[in-house]
Design a protein around this ligand. Structure first.
Ligand code: NAP
Length: 345
């Protein structure tokens, strides 16, 4: 049940630094937000429609400033990518009533810089606003960049995707299938494994908590793999290096298993790269912005044809944000975690 009143703008603030139990719903709190003034030059007044949550934000709570944003202190309002409706604007590229996507504060209604937003096409509502935070959004662009622009996946190749039920991973599985690859995927529970081989169409999948990663991957991909799209690092990256065929490639997207650890562990078996002529290649999606039109054309066509779809856990109502963020960190969600906000300001 919503505890926010229609007509009042709200924001979510960091309430307190997490204690030993980690992030809980009490880590963040919903507060009335200041009433916005009309937009000045370079500003637009936006109404929040969909808010995307990222587990990586947890690394910034009480932490130092990073390339992804400043460290968060109690009282701060975090930012993440969102779909907004333009309420008032002096920018002709963002007319009132149109939709846009960009990184905005966790606030139902307020001013943002126009340059932080990209306009969405006129048929965005028909396509599905959720889609612009998943397959057609930042996680989709990350998946496409690693798999296609950097990884150069080819039809018939065998691709292993770790962290495959997450935001990026669920896109990689679908894009690799759409490109005609054979897909082996991993996730952290039997339910997620069933989702990977069922709804997402992976050819094989395993629960990385069910045993030793190298054995699990070898059983799921007995003929070996050509390409690894790695979101987690650690034992699964090592397993992938063991299973890569001659001149295979490992694309390093993330290392969720290493985040927050004092000693980041690299693959102990990297010498196999020499005699198998393997490539280990990292990428940063923001360095590939020039490829966005190619991404939008290819994935947009797949969405229209129904070949890929948005995989997300959606919670309704802005006051669900604190609970949703704690649930995301506890691994309770599949795909991207989204908040749907319909009643703003
Ligand atoms: N290179 C780039 O430009 C770029 C851009 C965006 C994101 N990233 C990175 O890409 C990765 C995926 O992002 P995302 O948005 O998809 O995140 P996400 O939805 O949180 O998914 C990450 C997955 O990692 C798995 N995981 C977490 N801790 C783990 C552990 N200790 N061992 C094994 N698996 C673990 C979880 O899967 P299970 O619960 O199923 O185990 C989770 O679903 C992240 O590492 C992120 O930092 C990179």
């Amino acid at each position: 049940m919503s505890t926010t009143a229609p007509g009042t703008p709200y924001e979510v603030r960091l309430a307190a630094l997490p204690g030993p139990e980690g992030v809980t719903p009490a880590t963040f709190a919903v507060h009335p937000a200041p009433a916005p003034v009309p937009p000045g030059p370079g500003e637009v007044l936006v109404s929040l429609r969909r808010l995307g949550l990222n587990a990586g934000l947890a690394n910034r709570i009480g932490g130092p400033d990073t390339a992804y944003g400043p460290g968060l202190r109690p009282g701060d309002v975090p930012e993440s990518d969102a779909v907004v409706e333009i309420a008032a604007s002096a920018d002709p590229a963002l007319p009132p009533g149109s939709f846009a996507v960009g990184k905005v504060p966790w606030r139902t209604y307020g001013l943002v810089r126009a340059e932080a937003l990209r306009p969405l096409p006129a048929d965005a509502v028909a396509t599905g606003l959720d889609t612009y935070l998943t397959v057609l959004g930042h996680v989709g662009f990350t998946a496409w960049t690693g798999l296609i622009a950097v990884g150069a996946v080819r039809t018939g190749e065998s691709v292993f995707v770790s962290g495959a039920a997450g935001g990026v991973g669920s896109c990689v599985v679908q894009f690799a299938r759409a490109r005609g690859a054979h897909v082996v995927a991993s996730a952290g529970s039997p339910g997620k494994v069933a989702l990977l081989t069922g709804e997402l169409g992976a050819d094989a999948a395993f629960d990385h908590r069910a045993g030793e990663a190298a054995q699990l991957l070898r059983a799921a991909a007995p003929g070996g793999i050509d390409l690894c799209f790695d979101n987690v690092g650690g034992a699964q990256l090592e397993a992938a290096l063991d299973c890569l065929r001659f001149r295979g490639r490992a694309i390093i997207c993330g290392a969720a298993s290493q985040y927050g650890s004092r000693e980041v562990r690299g693959p102990a078996n990297y010498l196999r790269m020499i005699y198998q002529e393997l490539t280990l290649r990292g990428f940063t999606v923001t360095e590939h912005e020039d490829r966005r039109p190619d991404f939008e054309a290819e994935v947009g066509a797949w969405v229209r044809e129904g070949r890929v779809r948005s995989l997300h856990t959606r919670l309704d109502g802005f006051d669900a944000v604190p609970k949703a963020f704690a649930g995301l960190l506890a691994g309770r969600h599949t795909g991207r975690t989204l908040i749907a906000v319909e009643e703003s300001p």
